[in-house]
Design a protein around this ligand. Sequence first.
Ligand SMILES: Cc1cc2nc3c(=O)[nH]c(=O)nc-3n(C[C@H](O)[C@H](O)[C@H](O)COP(=O)(O)OP(=O)(O)OC[C@H]3O[C@@H](n4cnc5c(N)ncnc54)[C@H](O)[C@@H]3O)c2cc1C
Length: 488
Amino acid sequence: MTIDTGIHTSDVIVIGGGTGGYSTALRAASLGLDVVLVERDKVGGTCLHRGCIPSKAMLHAAELVDGIAEARERWGVKATVDSVEWGALVATRDDIVARNHKGVEAHLAHAGVRVVRGSARLTGTRTVRVEGVRTIDDGAHSGVAPGVRDLVARRGIVLATGSRPRTLPGLAPDGRRVVTSDDALFAPGLPASVLVLGGGAIGAEYASFHRSMGAQVTLVEAADRIVPLEDADVSRHLTRGLKKRGIDVQAGARLLDAELLDGGVRARVRTARGETRTVTADRLLVAVGRAPVTEGLGLEAAGLTTDERGFVVPADWRRLETAVPGVHVVGDLLPPPSLGLAHASFAEGLLVAETLAGLEPAPVDYAAVPRVTYSSPQTASVGLGEAEARARGHEVDVNTMPLTAVAKGMVHGQGGMVKVVAEAGGGQVLGVHLVGPHVSEMIAESQLIVGWDAEPADVARHVHAHPTLSEAVGEVFLTLAGRGLHQQ
Ligand SMILES: Cc1cc2nc3c(=O)[nH]c(=O)nc-3n(C[C@H](O)[C@H](O)[C@H](O)COP(=O)(O)OP(=O)(O)OC[C@H]3O[C@@H](n4cnc5c(N)ncnc54)[C@H](O)[C@@H]3O)c2cc1C
């Protein structure tokens, strides 16, 4: 047991142990740097404890429920869902999270990263004060060190304090009737009706999950289409798929007000047609985006500021280094073109660790980072949408094909599509956009196609397995390369 409240010097201090912070720490340690990671809650951060992992575990359960409905309706299987035991679902979900949490802790200990559990704030350009220190784990030893600990970094400090759910003025979450995506995980049971505010990935996923669990779901998005950052055809196909499942999708709509009732909310929504509709639901889930966490971080002590949205903007995006040399930033603290996604933060963590170790890694190619919505149907995209490509001055060839045009798509019977945007005349592939079942697993080849600046003819040389959903991707590229087989 180590009880040590003195000043501790290391090569690198990482503040925040989410995916951005722990990936930086692991890679820096593997490159021989002495690393201290400060985390005030649990290593793994949002993604592991409140984001990617618990939500995808729940969506897996939802897929099983949907599968029973499909079995009955399409395949003559005499099966019904009696009920879903929320407690059992939560237990399995939480077991997956707990095992991953142990795994991250073990990786950090194995790599020799010292984890200080407490709340960190900058006191200078190379100094950090940790308050409320609970434990310090340094692999072999772990102990309670009361109070405060001062840290000094020889090489640099990495800011990785992440984000929290954004809320709306006048709509304070109470954790029961008005909830954030965090609260939705820890709710005592499943609601019979939900109004989801926000049609981005998180909103669409929660709308989809609750619908699978039998709830009446209304999804309200202020922009004129859901998943508004994606290609318009992605929004169209996702909207169609969600509506087909009975979700009331209201894009171009605004929440006027919400009244708390004993057992839920009554909200007034102005629809795109200008009508005012009253929606009564057990739960109003606010999924209107995420806000960077910098309060109490002491940015000013290091001479740093945020932009007007609260992001820490790098002065050098190639090194993810702020205007203060040696102070770097990763993850959800970064504004676009970073993506607020865990896998983007892994790439940023690798880059910053390697930079601090004196290497010269290639910058993160944000255009080649895939974006996935794990609703039913799923969406998966990489690169530019058609309108965005044209707006950037590209002359483009576009080819789109429904997934049901291939046999495996018919087997799944869930619709969907493949859309490819490429420079006109056989040039570089600029974007690939998929909607349908399992497309989260299908996007990997397209991220290589976009990341490696491939042209349709390069892709068309490679054979896709038959019968698979991926064949549709192959077919779209064959056609763009002038060698279409089934697509006319
Ligand atoms: C519901 C939901 C679903 C999601 N699904 C996906 C998905 O499927 N795929 C995907 O790629 N992304 C997904 N995301 C996004 C993903 O979770 C984030 O992009 C990712 O967690 C960002 O990592 P980060 O390290 O920047 O921040 P975080 O994970 O938020 O970690 C920051 C850490 O810093 C700690 N901290 C903050 N301030 C201090 C301080 N002063 N001192 C010490 N510690 C501090 C916090 O306790 C936290 O642990 C999802 C998010 C949500 C909410």
